[in-house]
Design a protein around this ligand. Structure first.
Ligand code: COA
Length: 445
């Protein structure tokens, strides 16, 4: 069977940054270490006044098409995943195609376009759609463009304000891919939950603490479901495990839970027995509560062992390098984590070809998805072409008043007109609204 997976990746960050420990925390009267140590964040990306989900998505896609010398005829599908859409009917992919048609010869008139919604898991679902379309033989030799783009803004004063971000990830899904091949095996953990939602409103209603519990519960179900169709996973099976990363502190919890699950009944549990005992088994306890307390105690011990810390440092920590600097990109977040881990491997000179990743996506509402990926031999060229470090270094650093002004400028209910902080250069920009309230875009040379 021909391999299908991710052939190319490009990342576009919002052009402003908010320094969380040094600007946000003091203004909120909080300890900066809540951000650096607790949540694991340094800065969040924000969109400048002329940026939105369309410009960021189109700019990421243009970089990808230019770098791979693609024309619109090479693309048979454009799927956009977002939870920041501004229209209940016209999909963001049509706006992005319209932008790209301004700068390329040809058009996307024969490309299938859509918009995927399931909170942050929608980016991974769009990859699934592309995978299935290719596997079904409906692609006519063409590739799919998947774009995950979001402005993750929360109402001011909401606890979620600590975990904002803005940016886009564009991915080319194709046969014989250069970056990773996707496993056919997938696991799902899905339930009707109300941890985070936006019922026809721009800023989310969030039960933050509940969303963290739901993330872990659904992720665990998804791992069990994956194992039921794949194999009993072992921590050493995977070079990296990129998770959906709303903030790195969330992944710290997910990594520990996953490790505990994977070592059960393995050589690692045996090796750790003398140090911390064996994992509690449900049958040994009279009640579920007593069992859960015992599991919690075991996890507290487990996370202090050298064996776990070494594994976490090698397998999980490298996935967080970009998230610490960009914050939450919702649908793009897990794809930023994958890119960060491959970028880390390239910087360390590790040959990843043939090695495996386990990818854990999550969307509130709620659904987790887990699948495996096998790294392909073009990965290093792709990853070394990313310009994300330069983009991050060039961001304009907002002071707190500027942050509040930018937040207002992106608030759909306010009419705040402000000057941009950066100069657009070789990119798509939002220029205003047309007669039917549609958004208008131009390419600035
Ligand atoms: N030094 C070290 N750690 C500190 C600290 C300090 N001075 N102050 C706080 N912390 C730790 C807390 O102990 C906590 O870690 P823990 O969860 O391991 O206990 C973490 O920093 C966050 O602090 P907390 O007081 O819980 O922050 P908060 O009330 O602002 O809420 C979220 C954090 C994530 C719930 C909130 O930002 C949110 O609602 N975000 C949006 C929803 C989301 O992203 N959900 C994730 C699943 S999708």
């Amino acid at each position: 069977m021909t391999a299908v997976g991710i052939d190319a990746i490009e990342i576009w960050t919002g052009k402003l940054q908010l320094d969380l420990p040094n600007t946000f925390a003091p203004a909120k009267g909080e300890d900066p270490e809540k951000y650096t140590k607790g949540l694991g964040l340094e800065t969040s990306s924000f969109p400048d006044t002329y940026e939105d989900i369309v410009t960021m998505g189109a700019n990421a896609a243009k970089r990808l098409m230019d770098r791979r010398d693609l024309s619109p005829d090479d693309i048979g599908r454009i799927d956009v995943a977002t939870e920041s859409a501004f229209d209940n009917s016209k999909p963001v992919s049509t706006y992005i195609a319209g932008c790209l048609e301004q700068v390329y010869d040809g058009d996307f008139h024969h490309a299938n376009k859509g918009e995927r919604k399931f909170a942050c898991v929608a980016g991974t679902q769009s990859i699934d759609d592309a995978y299935n379309w290719i596997r079904a033989g409906r692609n006519r030799g063409r590739a799919a463009l998947v774009i995950a783009t979001d402005t993750a803004l929360y109402a001011r004063g909401d606890p979620g304000e600590a975990t904002q971000g803005a940016g886009a990830v564009a991915m080319l899904i194709d046969e014989d891919p250069s970056v990773v091949e996707l496993s056919t095996e997938q696991g799902y953990g899905s339930a009707d939950e109300t941890d985070f939602l936006k019922p026809n409103q721009q800023f989310p209603s969030v039960d933050g603490k509940r969303s963290m519990q739901v993330y872990l519960a659904r992720m665990r179900e998804a791992l069990e479901d994956f194992e039921s169709v794949a194999w009993d996973t072992h921590p050493d099976d995977f070079e990296f495990i990129p998770f959906h990363t709303p903030f790195p502190g969330m992944v710290r919890k997910a990594g520990l839970l996953g490790y505990r699950h994977m070592i059960r009944g393995t050589d690692i549990e045996d090796d750790l027995e003398a140090e911390i005992g064996r994992q509690p088994r449900e049958s040994e306890y009279d009640s579920w509560d007593a069992y859960e307390d015992a599991i919690r105690d075991y996890m507290d011990e487990l996370k202090r062992t050298d064996r776990y810390r070494d594994w976490y440092g090698e397998t999980i920590e490298p996935t967080l390098g970009l998230a610490r600097r960009v914050g939450n990109w919702y649908t793009g977040s897990v794809h930023v984590a994958r890119a960060a881990s491959l970028k880390h491997a390239a910087e360390q000179g590790v040959d990843m070809t043939g090695r495996k990743l386990l990818v854990g996506s999550y969307g509130s509402g709620a659904q987790a998805e887990i699948h495996a990926e096998t790294v392909r031999d073009g990965w290093a060229d792709e990853v070394s072409a990313l310009s994300i470090d330069d983009q991050l270094d060039r961001r304009y650093d907002l002071d707190f008043d500027e942050y509040e002004t930018v937040h207002d400028a992106h608030n759909h209910d306010l009419d705040a007109e402000i000057e941009e902080f950066t100069q657009p250069d070789g990119e798509f920009v939002h220029t205003g609204w047309g007669r039917m309230n549609e958004r208008k875009y131009d390419y600035v040379e």
